[in-house]
Design a protein around this ligand. Structure first.
Ligand code: KPL
Length: 293
């Protein structure tokens, strides 16, 4: 059966190629009103090799047999992109939310509680060159686990296992940890217009440490206890592994598109407000990037 992919940005295209490589049929689900693009897609892999794959393109409002749907839209588009699809998709088809940030996952599972929701994160670097080409710029870790409506003994869908996703039964913790990476890398690289690896320079250390302290404080009040230095080390590890990559937020800013600032820094600031915790460094970053959201 075919794997549906909602959101054919950099990571959506990357996973579509990887699935096709593993022998899965892939259907890129176009949102109603989105222009048609060519079936033929190109991937520049980590080794620089060029690969071609053909994908089926279908409107997300057109019923078709799908075994699982991977959702890789921008965080802020997730709910509106799901609406036409969920008007016809059979209720037992697993849905896998893989966007950055936190908030929309809980909102989707709350709005459609009868459905089997999975959520996950990937730290691969990828650059969308255009609607049918993508460059893989950094290998990453891929984790996924049940979010709601999934029985505890349900195995990982085969397509996710084939993509190298590791089953994580504490997926909310993994999503929080990925959020902490995005909180440190995305807004800073977007503000400074630099690639991820630039954040390893000494000049950013002070601001990164202050941002990590604030994340650790909010995390503690959410039951995610982790010292600031561990949060910073993880983000610097990802910055190193994806050094040449432009973060997704920088790519959005450069292309004049809305960013995921709301589901990343905005999510942290909301939780901080609820717990009466000051976050001046994140607040300042949020204000500096606000015009781009
Ligand atoms: O998730 C990412 C993003 O750019 O959104 C990282 C891991 C930072 C890779 O660039």
């Amino acid at each position: 059966m075919t794997i549906g992919i909602l959101g054919a940005g950099a990571l959506g295209q990357l996973l579509a190629h990887a699935l096709s490589d593993q022998g899965f049929e892939v259907s890129l689900l176009r949102r109603p009103g989105q222009p048609r693009v060519l079936r033929s897609h190109q991937l520049f892999s980590l080794s620089g090799a060029k690969q071609h794959h053909d994908f089926t393109h279908c409107g997300s409002d057109q019923p078709q047999p799908l075994s699982v749907v991977l959702v890789l839209t921008k965080a802020q588009d997730c709910l509106s992109a799901l609406t036409p699809l969920l008007a016809w998709l059979p209720e037992d088809v697993p849905l896998v939310l893989l966007h950055n940030g936190l908030g929309p996952q809980q909102a989707a599972a709350g709005r459609w509680p009868e459905r089997p929701w999975w959520a996950g994160s990937l730290t691969d670097g990828a650059l969308k060159l255009d609607a049918h080409s993508v460059r893989h710029t950094g290998a990453g870790q891929r984790r996924v686990g049940p979010l709601s409506g999934v029985d505890t003994d349900t195995p990982l869908p085969a397509s996710l296992a084939a993509l190298g996703f590791v089953y994580d039964e504490q997926i909310l913790k993994a999503l929080w940890q990925k959020l902490t990476v995005n909180l440190l890398i995305n807004p800073l690289t977007a503000r400074e217009r630099v690639c991820n690896g630039a954040l390893l320079a000494e000049g950013y250390r002070g601001e990164l440490e202050a941002l990590s302290e604030e994340i650790a404080l909010v995390g503690q009040s959410l039951g995610q206890k982790e010292p600031a230095h561990a949060i910073l080390e993880r983000a610097l590890g990802v910055a190193e592994a994806t050094a040449a990559n432009h973060s997704s937020m920088l790519q959005d800013v450069q292309a004049g598109r809305p960013t995921e600032l709301g589901a990343i820094t905005g999510y942290l600031l909301e939780r901080a407000r609820e717990h009466n915790l000051p976050c001046p460094y994140h607040q300042r970053l949020y204000q500096q990037l606000q015009p781009n959201t």
